[in-house]
Design a protein. Sequence first.
Length: 313
Amino acid sequence: MGDNQTTIRKISTMIALAAIMVLRCPVAFADVDAIQIENSNTKPSIIVPAVHGPIFGIQAPSAAVFVGKTVLVSEGTADRNADTQPDKLEHPISEIALDSTVFASWVHEIDIEKLKARLQPHLACYTGQEMLRTGNTEMFTRVLLNMQTARLAEFILEMPCPQPATLSRDAVVHAEAQKSGVLIKWLEHLDEWKAVQKEIPDDYYRDAIVEMLKRPDENLSSPPFVSFVQNGQYDELDAWIRERKVTPSQKKMYDYEITKRTRLMYRDMAPYLRSGGAVILIGAAHIGGPDGLAALLRRDGYHLRPITLPANK
């Protein structure tokens, strides 16, 4: 029993921290679409649309993006990971270890076998089973389906699988920033980020899973998402994301997680835009639409010009 309890604790912590590291490998290189922010009174800045996970077809810009720039201003907080805690389990560890039929209340009325069938390949991909020296996705699935919310299960279903053996665009940009010697500043504060997360309706994650089970081939590596990012079609990306938010809780989640966070991040990037010479790394989903970053910039008199950057090799 002790071994099972230890295993479950480790699994829960690993999933919650999203602790997976993957190696880089050669891929086909193409230019990276970005946006130059221009104002007659300051040096231009550049928006690099962030993509938080490694996805086939999504390249990162090379270190050339930092030529003439002084700072990388990035979505996220400097200390979010240090504060992250595993979600609580709805049932005692001993019960989960012994009984494969116990589930959290949010799982009720969901086709459990269909959900497990969808989760397990993504879970094996996401957690890097080759690193764990185990193929026990059943135990990982059991832990996910006993957490008090569906947050982590929804997150894992959204992730592309298989993942390419490369770093995410975000990770590459941060690595190049460190090599280039520019300052790195963060756009979000942990207390504000936590407050936004608390506003997301409890039903959102469950509703999202139900909708994803209806569209088994759709996640963040779906052709529409990749195409919109590759071609700089951020308004179209925003519309595509909104179309996927069909329940009231999903629509509220969009307002909190996307619209509100975009507004807060724009507030904090404003001083760097006024100074000029910044590289802004912000999620592609935050750029387009009537309340997106591009609309906020145009409202304040900035001119936006699409540009291409050489890809990282």
